[in-house]
Design a protein around this ligand. Sequence first.
Ligand SMILES: *[C@@H]1O[C@H](CO)[C@@H](O)[C@H](O)[C@H]1NC(C)=O
Ligand SMILES: *[C@@H]1O[C@H](CO)[C@@H](O)[C@H](O)[C@H]1NC(C)=O
Ligand SMILES: *[C@@H]1O[C@H](CO)[C@@H](O)[C@H](O)[C@H]1NC(C)=O
Length: 188
Amino acid sequence: MPLKVQSTVSALCLFGVLTLLLCPSGQCDCRIFPSIAHGSHQDMSSFLSFTTVVHYECDEGYVLVGEPQITCRNSQWSSPAPQCKALCLKPEIENGKLSVDKNQYVESENVTIRCNSGYVVVSSQNITCSENKTWYPEVSKCEWEVHNGCEQVLTGSQLLQCLPNPEDVKMALEVYKLSLEIKQLKQE
Ligand SMILES: *[C@@H]1O[C@H](CO)[C@@H](O)[C@H](O)[C@H]1NC(C)=O
Ligand SMILES: *[C@@H]1O[C@H](CO)[C@@H](O)[C@H](O)[C@H]1NC(C)=O
Ligand SMILES: *[C@@H]1O[C@H](CO)[C@@H](O)[C@H](O)[C@H]1NC(C)=O
């Protein structure tokens, strides 16, 4: 082998050994793209370029947090890969409000359910938007708080809710009164 070629070969070998020593796990190798959960990536590097360019996109229902595009040069990534965070829909709360009112919430966001006066939260008051796009624990309800001795009122108001309009309520009451009178007449 001519001397020149030999020295080039050994220089290349030295470079390879150094690369291995500096990057033993291969993690800083530009050919290994950091992958992300709930998303995908695409190699956007131009042919013959020394810089690797990777573009990230999130699956539907997830939002990208961080840099959507990262580059690699000399085994160094410009920034960490972005994250795809789940989006949770606004929970519908009857007879109550949420501590933070938005149309969508991002993973790990906490919300407190605040029931209207007279109503109490049935299970967990605090809920968190979780990685699977659902609330955890399950969204609670606000239920009418029944005080001792108020059960009849509650039953009455529930009965009233069954009837569509005031005329029906009036008629129902008349029928009820009549039925009581008939009962009384029968007893006499
Ligand atoms: C939500 O609450 C959890 C547990 O209490 C906490 O670890 C997390 O940091 C909170 N999230 C935010 C966005 O504050
Ligand atoms: C719900 O979260 C609020 C605010 O983070 C906190 O003050 C409260 O103690 C929590 N309630 C429960 C039942 O964990
Ligand atoms: C969503 O994640 C929570 C934990 O964060 C888990 O308890 C729950 O079962 C999951 N729900 C579904 C539908 O996978």
